[in-house]
Design a protein. Structure first.
Length: 234
């Protein structure tokens, strides 16, 4: 099979990019982004399950797997840089590639948040469960679904689907406020709840941030579709 980078690597600085080669490279990059999105979604679901079930082995697995998310981001970013250097894309194609690079950054940070949830799960393993922990797990599953939905909108640069996905962040924010309020009451009522409550609050904050970063990805899709920068989570 021909090396997809060979033609661009051997071309002079003024050579026009090959449209088939650029299309092929963009498809390859998009596939990398989709696989990274699926990996990050699985990390979130495993992290919140580890928190709910007090499963230290699963929490450790999530933390260890974060290195794979980081490697996926580096690999995809390198592919994007190589395509820009060898294919010299302009206009829409350059915007597309730069937006995908930003998407990989957001996915890498989401992976960090999932690992953060797993670290709190590991530290909470010996503590009795607090109220709202099950609700937090449900909130995490909602965030994982949001990530999956918004990453899928990249395939067809589907502006409307991206907007619908981003709207789900409102429910995550609502649940976060409820969890935050109830945990504060529990910590005020009993000093023994302060440390575990603070850890659950931190895990809830990570989930809330996942929703925000997924919304950032939706904004990238809207930008690709319209050329306008728009705040979908004002």
């Amino acid at each position: 099979m021909d090396d997809p980078w060979a033609a661009g690597a051997n071309a002079g600085p003024s050579a026009a990019p090959s449209r088939p080669a650029l299309d092929r490279d963009e498809r390859d990059i998009k596939d990398h982004v989709l696989r990274m999105g699926a990996l990050v979604e699985a990390q979130i679901r495993s992290a919140v399950r580890a928190l709910r079930d007090r499963d230290t082995a699963l929490a450790d697995a999530v933390i260890a797997a974060d290195a794979g998310v980081n490697e996926a981001q580096r690999t995809t970013s390198e592919l994007i840089a190589m395509t820009i250097a060898t294919q010299q894309p302009v206009a829409r194609d350059l915007r597309f590639l730069l937006s995908l690079d930003h998407v990989t950054f957001e996915l890498e940070r989401i992976g960090d948040h999932a690992a953060g949830i797993a670290r709190q799960a590991r530290r909470l393993a010996g503590e009795p469960p607090l109220a709202r922990t099950a609700d937090l797990a449900g909130m995490g599953d909602l965030a994982a679904g949001l990530v999956a939905a918004v990453v899928r909108t990249i395939v067809d640069v589907d502006e409307e689907a991206a907007r619908r996905a981003a709207a789900q962040d409102d429910e995550i924010d609502r649940r976060y406020r409820e969890v935050f309020g109830e945990l504060l009451e529990l910590m005020r009522a009993d000093p023994a709840n302060v440390e575990p409550g603070a850890r659950v609050l931190l895990a809830a904050h990570f989930v809330e941030r996942i929703g925000d970063r997924a919304t950032n990805i939706a904004e990238d899709v809207v930008y690709l579709a319209t050329g306008r920068v728009e705040d979908l989570n004002p």
